[in-house]
Design a protein around this ligand. Structure first.
Ligand SMILES: C[S@@+](CC[C@H](N)C(=O)[O-])C[C@H]1O[C@@H](n2cnc3c(N)ncnc32)[C@H](O)[C@@H]1O
Length: 272
């Protein structure tokens, strides 16, 4: 199997234009998915936002969550939407709705924000794409004032399971997914609690949210290996696996027996 050094989300600006557009559209679709909305509601509750808070959305994509959080902090608060992709930040600025969001390009692992400059952090499905998540976590802690809350949301790709399709194909496509991620980061979701404890945060909470996909169309929004729009060239598996996989996925969908589950973790901690 070929090895890919970085996931496309690690370097959105380095992708061909059509790929960047496809990935941004994929983020939009994910944001509308009922299961991702459930994850986000869990995270919002865990973050315990207060009116007037200054929040950081680290790895903010097109800024939809930042604008949603801006409504929570109200007119006296502020949300900084930071992403390392200038194209993504430009897309976010084009969508700006007048809320108290400030957009900036930056690397979550080396931010220009001053120490103790925010009350809370939201970092959703970003750490699986950075080379060293603990460096990024240390940065998130650095910019958060004492007593502030950090909320990390990330996927546990090893938890991905299917039913209604042959197990050997499910294993092959899951291995394909893993080979795109930095070694060990496929399971980042479950490691977040340990990482925050080891970083010295207080009052660490961890909530696994198991997302259920009962048909291929629903799964395709969140799971790239079920999305037929992901081009064959982006697949790392030996040729033939993709075609056989989709034949079975479609058939299971038609019979009403397709099932996929994936756990996304919501983990918070308070800075000391
Ligand atoms: C899977 S997307 C998630 C976006 C958004 N948080 C959401 O949940 O919709 C990952 C985002 O992290 C950004 N990203 C990846 N590596 C980053 C880094 N080192 N610093 C800042 N942003 C990064 C990508 O550009 C992309 O917008």
């Amino acid at each position: 199997m070929k090895q890919m050094q970085r996931t496309p989300f690690a370097d959105l600006d380095g992708q061909p234009n059509e790929m960047t557009a496809m990935l941004l559209a994929a983020l939009d679709a994910m944001g509308r998915h009922t299961e991702i909305r459930r994850v986000r509601r869990t995270a919002l509750e865990a973050l315990r936002v207060q009116p007037g808070d200054r929040l950081l959305d680290a790895g903010s994509g097109a800024g939809d969550v930042a604008r949603w959080l801006a409504a929570e902090v109200g007119p006296d608060g502020e949300v900084i939407a930071l992403d390392n992709s200038a194209l993504t930040i430009a897309a976010a600025v084009r969508r700006h709705d007048g809320s108290t969001v400030r957009y900036m390009t930056g690397d979550v692992s080396a931010m220009t924000l001053p120490d103790d400059s925010v009350d809370g952090v939201w970092c959703e499905r970003v750490l699986q794409h950075v080379p060293d998540p603990d460096v990024a976590i240390a940065e998130l802690i650095r910019v958060t004032r004492r007593g502030g809350r950090i909320c990390l949301i990330d996927t546990d790709w090893s938890s991905l399971a299917f039913d209604g399709v042959p197990g050997r194909l499910a294993d092959a496509v899951s291995a394909d997914m893993h080979s795109r991620l930095h070694p060990g980061q496929g399971d980042i979701g479950r490691t977040l609690r340990r990482r925050l404890v080891e970083a010295g945060l207080d009052d660490v909470t961890a909530t696994p949210v198991t997302c259920f996909f009962g048909d291929p169309a629903s799964a395709a929004v969140v799971l790239p290996m079920v999305n037929p729009m992901v081009p064959a060239e982006a697949w790392l598996s030996p040729s033939g696996v993709r075609e056989e996989w989709f034949t079975h996925v479609d058939e299971a969908g038609t019979r009403g027996v397709f099932l996929a589950v994936l756990t996304i973790w919501v983990v918070t901690g308070v800075t000391v």
